[in-house]
Design a protein around this ligand. Structure first.
Ligand code: HEM
Length: 469
C-alpha cells in the first residue's frame, strides 16, 4: 500500500537542540532542567540502549532498549511505581487523580474510569469535537488573507473548548474566556522542574521564578468545584437512563463511575482531581500535537499537498464521521510523525521498588528509570533517518514494522494514556477540519525552537500566515 505514495523528495530536519557530546556537570544539568530539559540529553543517549549514572537525582537508568522498556512497563510492572520527583511536581496542581495516584488507589480509579474512554464512549464525543472545530473556523472566518496568527494559543484554546464541551456540555456558568485564561495560568504554574523540587526542598519553601497566580489558581479550582456540585444537584433532579455510555458527558460518567470490583464510586476529591487531570493531561498535549503537525506540514509542501488531496477526496462539506476518519491515513501519519518528533510528554519516569535486572544491568531498589520518548523516538539504533520528517513511515504497510516499545507518545502497559483514543480522534477531527479550509505557512523570519515545560512546546509560540484554500 505504501508503494502507492511518492517517495520523499526533500528531506526536512526539524529543529532540535544539538546534544552535548559528553555528560554535563551538576550545575549545568540543574540549569538545563529548569530552562529546557530536552537540551540536557547527551549524544550517547541517542546511541546506547541503556545508560546508568549517579548524580543529583540519585541512581538514574536511562533506557532506550525496547525489550528492557517492555520489561519495566509490562512484564515486571509491579516492581515499578511513579517516582517521588514526578509526584512532587504534579500533585500540588492535579491532586490525587488517575495520573498521580498509585497502588490500589490507582487500580480502583483506573477500573472505575475505564468506561469513560471506551471506543464507544469516545465515538460519542465526535459531535462535540466537530462542534469545537466549527467554532474555531468561524472565529477565523473574518480574518484577512495573509494575516499572521500565533497557532499555539489557538490550538490551546480549541482543545480546551473540546474538553469543556465533553466534560461540561451544560456550560461553565461563568465567562468562558476567563475560565480559559485561569486554566492556562493554572497549568502553566505547575509541572515545571524547579531546582528545589529536584533537591527535595520542603514544599513550604517558595519556588522563586515559578510563575504562579494565586487568583487564577483559586478561581479555577473553585470553578471546577462549583460546576461539579451544580451538576450533582441537576442529576439528582433529572436521573439519566442507565445506558448512557455512548452519549453522556464526561462529568456525568465521572459522577456515575463505579469500581466494578467493589461497586464503590469516586469521592469528591477524586472527582475534582480527575477533572483537573483530564484538563491538565488532555489540553496542552493535544494542542501541541496539532501545533507541531501544522508546522511540519508547512515545511514539506509536497507532503502537505498530498494530505490536502486526501482530505478533499474523503471528506464532504458536512460533519466528519467515524468511518471517514479511518480512511484519512495520510492525515493520521502526519499526526503520528509529529508525535514522534515532538512527543508532548517527552519523559516518563519510574522508581524501582525492589532490585531487578534487565539488558544485562543490575537495578538497585530506589533507582529511577527514565524512558524519554524525545530520545527514544530519535534513537539511531531504532529509526531510519531519525532526525528527518518522514510521515510515510507511519503509512499502513510500514507502520506495522515499528517496534511497539520504540514508539511511545502515549506510554505503554497498564498506565498507558487513558485518553489516547480520545486524543487521536480529537487531533484528527481538528487537523482535517483546519486543512479542509486553510493552509498555514510559517511566519517569515521566525526561528522555531522546541522547549520542554510540562509538555513540549514551541518557544515563543508558532506564528503562522493564514491562507484560505
Ligand atoms: C496527544 C495527546 C496526549 C498525549 C501525548 C498523552 C500522553 C500521555 C502519556 C505518555 C501518559 C503516560 C504517563 C506515564 O506513563 O507516566 C499519559 C497518561 C494519562 N493521560 Fe494522556 N496524553 C494525551 C492526551 C490525553 C487526554 C485527551 C486525556 C484525557 C481527556 C489524557 C489523560 C491521561 C490520564 C488520566 C493519564 C494517566 C493514566 C494512568 O496513569 O492510568 N491524556 N498520557
Amino acid at each position: 500500500m505504501s508503494a502507492a505514495f511518492p517517495a520523499l523528495r526533500t528531506p526536512f530536519q526539524p529543529p532540535a537542540p544539538v546534544p552535548p557530546e559528553g555528560p554535563i556537570g551538576p550545575l549545568a544539568f540543574l540549569y538545563g532542567l529548569w530552562t529546557n530539559p530536552i537540551g540536557t540529553w547527551s549524544a550517547r543517549n541517542f546511541e546506547l540502549p541503556v545508560i546508568e549514572s549517579d548524580g543529583l537525582l540519585g541512581r538514574l537508568v536511562v533506557v532506550n532498549d525496547p525489550v528492557a522498556i517492555r520489561h519495566v512497563f509490562v512484564d515486571n510492572v509491579a516492581n515499578y511505581r511513579k517516582d517521588a520527583l514526578q509526584l512532587r511536581i504534579l500533585r500540588p496542581g492535579l491532586g490525587n487523580g488517575l495520573l498521580t495516584a498509585d497502588g490500589e488507589d490507582w487500580r480502583a480509579q483506573r477500573r472505575a474510569l475505564a468506561p469513560l474512554f471506551t471506543p464507544r464512549a469516545t465515538a460519542g464525543f465526535l459531535a462535540a469535537m466537530s462542534g469545537a472545530a466549527q467554532w474555531l473556523l468561524e472565529r477565523w472566518e473574518p480574518l484577512r488573507e495573509g494575516r499572521r496568527i500565533d497557532i499555539a494559543p489557538e490550538m490551546s484554546r480549541v482543545t480546551l473548548d473540546v474538553l469543556e464541551r465533553t466534560i461540561f456540555p451544560q456550560g461553565l456558568g461563568r465567562d468562558p474566556q476567563e475560565f480559559a485564561r485561569a486554566a492556562t495560568q493554572y497549568f502553566d504554574s505547575i509541572g515545571r522542574f524547579h531546582p528545589f523540587d529536584i533537591v527535595g526542598a520542603p514544599a513550604w519553601l517558595p519556588r522563586i521564578g515559578r510563575k504562579t497566580s494565586a487568583g487564577a489558581m483559586s478561581f479555577f479550582g473553585g470553578a471546577v468545584e462549583e460546576i461539579v456540585a451544580a451538576r450533582r444537584r441537576w442529576l439528582q433532579d433529572n436521573p439519566q437512563p442507565a445506558d448512557a455510555g455512548g452519549s453522556a458527558d464526561l462529568l456525568t460518567l465521572l459522577l456515575d463511575a463505579r469500581d466494578p470490583q467493589t461497586g464503590l464510586g469516586l469521592g469528591e476529591d477524586e472527582i475534582r482531581a480527575n477533572i483537573l487531570t483530564f484538563i491538565g493531561a488532555g489540553h496542552e498535549t493535544t494542542a501541541n500535537a496539532l501545533t507541531w503537525s501544522l508546522y511540519l506540514l508547512s515545511q514539506d509542501p509536497d507532503w502537505r499537498a498530498e494530505v490536502e488531496r486526501e482530505i478533499d477526496t474523503v471528506l464532504g462539506d458536512g460533519p466528519i464521521g467515524a468511518a471517514e476518519l479511518e480512511t484519512l491515513v495520510m492525515t493520521r501519519a502526519t499526526i503520528d510523525e509529529a508525535l514522534r518528533l515532538y512527543p508532548p510528554a517527552p519523559a516518563l519516569s519510574r522508581e524501582a521498588i525492589g532490585a531487578d535486572e534487565f539488558a544485562g544491568c543490575k537495578i538497585r531498589a530506589g533507582s529511577t528509570i527514565i524512558v524519554s520518548p524525545w530520545v527514544l523516538h530519535r534513537h539511531r539504533r531504532l529509526w531510519e533517518a531519525p532526525a528527518v520528517f518522514d510521515p510515510r513511515r507511519f503509512l499502513p504497510g510500514r507502520r506495522e514494522t515499528i517496534d511497539r516499545f520504540a514508539y511511545m507518545p502515549f506510554g505503554a502497559g497498564p498506565r498507558i494514556c487513558i485518553g489516547m483514543g480520545f486524543a487521536v480522534q480529537e487531533a484528527m477531527v481538528l487537523l482535517a477540519s483546519i486543512l479542509r479550509r486553510y493552509r498555514f505557512d510559517l511566519a517569515p523570519g521566525h526561528a522555531v525552537t522546541p522547549v520542554q515545560r510540562v509538555t513540549l512546546r514551541p518557544q515563543g509560540g508558532m506564528p503562522m500566515i493564514l491562507r484560505r484554500r
